[in-house]
Design a protein around this ligand. Structure first.
Ligand SMILES: Nc1ncnc2c1ncn2[C@@H]1O[C@H](COP(=O)(O)OP(=O)(O)O)[C@@H](O)[C@H]1O
Ligand SMILES: [Mg+2]
Length: 375
């Protein structure tokens, strides 16, 4: 059991490239922290510095009370599962699970106990005598997780462990790893977990909190709910959510004492709340951000204000449609429940429709700093 702390953590590779720019992060004991971000944002570099597989160029890593910068991986109380987990092909599942413990010279009866316990948690009991080539991809991945569990680490590290699995298996392993975490917590042996992924679905469904990274910087650390509804900046707003939030250039203009967003050459009135928050930003260039589920589309004008666009494309998702509107020089995506969308779509594409935003769900970003001004 241990908390994990990064203090101004930095990584400069030997070629001079600065991959991690002095990040601060505090992961509570027993917390499931997901580090998410696009490829190349330094998720693996950060995790590998925590694991002791990569040297630390600046700042410190603490696990529990200890600064571990200069400790070898095996002295850090961690266990790691990688994307490319390699099981030993000539060893059975039981031998694969026991291997690390044998190396640590643990007595045989204790090894057996810990292996059996891990096998039970991961439902590997039936597979213990098989060789890796006799396992499916999902089973092999479970053994890889099992190899980490048997060590009873204080901290679990995962680096994109599900990337090699197909979508269905990924979904079920996701649940399994989350359940495992809860189970350990319930049994009074919570394991602090740091889980790296580029997949926002994994991040949103697994994390107690999520740390969003971009190019070696932390953009926001927050609960899944807050990342979705209260993104601190444009990067987080655009990264979390599928289909993506509509984020488009606009301007805040004042007309007759009220603030409006420009949409092409039309105007949308701000909500009272937004108007108050943005009173100091009159006539500034901004970006607005609205998630597709908060865009309404209609054949008829809205009585309480709205704009016009051309319905250019639709995608049928079954229970809902994604409706694409050409507005000014860009496109907007709307997500509309099927019953509501069907009559409108049946009338054909490439025609004028009306749309409006739920302005209580609209974000306004500073055009220069890209910070969310509407929080
Ligand atoms: N050994 C290395 N030498 C120099 N640059 C590296 C090295 N390893 C990774 N990088 C660079 O550091 C950045 C972060 O890489 P990485 O941590 O693997 O990102 P992620 O895991 O988020 O995809 C990338 O720009 C990558 O090219
Ligand atoms: Mg990586």
């Amino acid at each position: 059991m241990a908390e994990v702390i990064f203090n101004k953590l930095e990584k400069v590779y030997s070629n001079g490239f600065k991959a991690v720019h002095g990040i601060d992060l505090k992961i509570a004991e027993g917390e499931f922290m997901v580090i998410v971000g696009p490829s190349g944002c330094a998720k693996s570099t950060t995790l590998r510095m925590l694991a002791g597989l990569e040297t630390i160029s600046g700042g410190e890593v603490r696990i529990g009370e200890k600064v571990v910068n200069n400790l070898a991986p095996k002295e850090r109380g961690i266990a790691m599962v990688f994307q490319n987990y390699a099981l030993y092909p000539h060893m059975t599942v039981r031998e694969n699970l026991a291997f690390g413990l044998k190396l640590s010279k643990m007595p045989k009866d204790q090894i057996d106990r810990q292996v059996d316990e891990a096998a039970k948690i991961l439902e590997l009991d039936e597979l213990l005598d098989r060789l890796p080539r006799q396992l499916s991809g999902g089973q092999a991945q479970r053994v890889a997780v099992g190899r980490a569990i048997v060590k009873k680490p204080d901290v679990f590290l995962f680096d994109e462990p599900l990337s090699n699995l197909d979508a269905k298996l990924r979904a079920s392993m996701r649940i399994r790893i989350s359940d495992l975490h809860k189970q350990l917590k319930k049994s009074g042996k919570p394991a602090t977990t740091v889980y790296v992924t580029h997949d926002q679905t994994e991040a949103m469904t697994m994390g107690d909190r999520i740390c969003v990274m971009k190019l070696g910087h932390i953009m926001q650390v927050d609960t899944p709910d807050n990342l979705y509804h209260k993104p601190k900046n444009m990067f987080v707003a655009g990264f979390i959510g599928a289909p993506e939030m509509n984020i488009r250039a606009s301007k805040l203009v004042e007309k007759e004492g009220h603030l409006y967003l420009t949409i092409g050459d039309e105007f949308l009135p701000l909500s009272n709340v937004l108007e108050q928050k943005l009173a100091g930003h009159k006539n500034e260039d901004v970006f607005y951000g609205i998630r597709p589920e908060f865009v309404s589309v209609s054949d008829e004008p809205f009585t309480d204000g709205g704009c016009t666009g051309e319905m250019v494309r639709v995608e049928n998702m079954g229970h809902e449609f994604f409706v694409y509107l050409k507005v000014a020089n860009y496109e907007l995506t709307a997500r509309i429940p099927s019953d509501e969308a069907k009559p409108m779509i049946d009338k054909g594409l490439n025609r004028k429709v009306y749309f409006k935003f739920d302005m209580n769900k609209c974000h306004i970003f500073d055009a220069k700093t890209e910070q969310n001004l509407s929080l």
